[in-house]
Every structure is written in C-alpha cells, then in structure tokens.
Design a protein around this ligand. Structure first.
Ligand code: ZN
Length: 237
C-alpha cells in the first residue's frame, strides 16, 4: 500500500480566523480526509513539529510526499530540504501544491526562480486536460471548474514540463500551466496549481481525485537500482 505523507506549513490556519473556519483540521487534515477513500496509508506532518515532522524515519517510510506551504517557506530548515531532495533522487514521489511553487524544495529541484503572476479576485478557474490519456487525469472530464480561486498566470518560470497534463484559464484572461510532471533521479514530481488558502478547494472531489491519481503516478516502482562508477566488463575483453 502506498505510504503518503501530507506536509503542510499550517501557519495560515493558526493566524487567520477565516482560514481556520474553512480548514478546521488544517489544509493537511482536509487533504488527508479527501484521500482516505483511495486506500493509501496516510500520515500528516507540519512545519511546527520537530524536524517539521519529517524525521529520517518518516522520510524512509514515505513513498509520496505532498507539500503545501506559503508564508513561511524561509522557516523550512535547509537540512530538511536536503534530505527531502535526497529521497526524491532515490525515488520518493513529490507532489507540490499551489503556493508550494516558491518552496525551497521545489525551487531546488527545478533550478529556476519558479516565479509567476498572481491576483486574488475571486475568479473562476477552468483547468483544461491537455493530455487526456495521462493517468493523473483518469476519471476527470474535459476540464475541471473551480468557481472561485486565486489567479496564477504565465509566465511561470519553470523548466519546460516533461509532461504537461493541465492548463488553467482564468476569467481575467490569463492562462497557466497548472499540472506539470518532472523526473529527478529516480523520483517523480508533479506540480498542481489549485489550493489558495482562502477557498475550500481541497474539498473539491475532482481536485482530490487529481491528487490521488498523482500519488499513484508518483509512487516509486521496483525498477533496477542504478549502479554507477567504474565497471567491470560483463564479457571477456
Ligand atoms: Zn495562494
């Protein structure tokens, strides 16, 4: 069974009453509840726990890590970022959500600024599926509509996605690459855009379905373990 650790900064929920009312169990709690029917082994971890809840033992037992952060990216210890990067290179899946685009771990894995255009204006978002056969959009229609969301617009300063699965349109006119797949080392990474903290986006069944599909896609496979360095010939030379 795929072991998922749902990581959340968890600061907005402590500091802002409106957000605490939308997510009384925290954003991590809402995502965990939403993934419950999918049959994963779930745990949550937050910034204010020792080692941000991501001890060596937790990371070793994590197949896929999901990451939501926004106001406190700078409070994430570099030593933890280093360990998460190492686990991704070893094969752990990583799903970066919404404002996680500016997290230390995502910027490090992408190698670019990951900056973008944004606006908070209660806009409709329509996420178009542009890779219909992709496992991350299994069970999704032509598009997903979210009645009110924050706008993220291009240009999004990321490396060209290896697979682009979803593209968002916003009522104000912008578009955005909102479902992006990457591989780093043995690990798979999916960036998924929706999820601003002042909207109930992580109760949306289709959004949760995409996250669940992405967990399955990003889970490590029992492929060969690469051997590098000086090698003896397999045949007599
Ligand atoms: Zn946001």
């Amino acid at each position: 069974m795929t072991r998922v650790t749902i990581w959340n900064e968890g600061r907005h929920e402590q500091k802002n009453q409106t957000i605490a009312e939308i997510y009384p169990q925290g954003i991590h709690g809402a995502i965990a509840a939403g993934l419950e029917p999918y049959g994963f082994t779930l745990r949550t971890a937050t910034l204010d726990e020792p080692e941000h809840g991501l001890s060596d033992a937790v990371l070793a037992e994590t197949d896929v890590l999901t990451w939501w952060g926004h106001m406190a990216h700078g409070d994430v210890h570099d030593s933890v970022v280093e360990k998460v990067q190492q686990r991704v290179l070893e094969g752990m899946g990583l799903i970066v959500l919404h404002s996680g685009h500016f997290s230390k771990i995502f910027k490090r894995l992408m190698g670019t600024s990951c900056d973008l255009k944004w606006r908070e204006a209660n806009e409709k978002e329509r996420l178009w599926v542009v890779e219909p056969g992709h496992p991350i959009v299994e069970g999704i229609g032509e598009y997903i509509e979210i009645e009110r969301e924050e706008m993220y617009g291009e240009h999004f300063d990321i490396p060209a996605p290896e697979e682009l699965v979803l593209v968002s349109w916003f009522k104000g006119g912008e578009i955005f690459r909102s479902g992006c797949c990457y591989r780093r080392g043995n690990g798979k990474i999916f960036y998924f855009r929706p999820g601003h903290e002042t909207y109930p986006t992580y109760y949306n069944a289709e959004v949760l379905r995409v996250i669940a599909n992405a967990v399955r896609w990003a889970a490590p496979t029992a492929g060969p373990h690469p051997v590098r360095g000086n090698a003896k010939p397999l045949e007599a030379l």
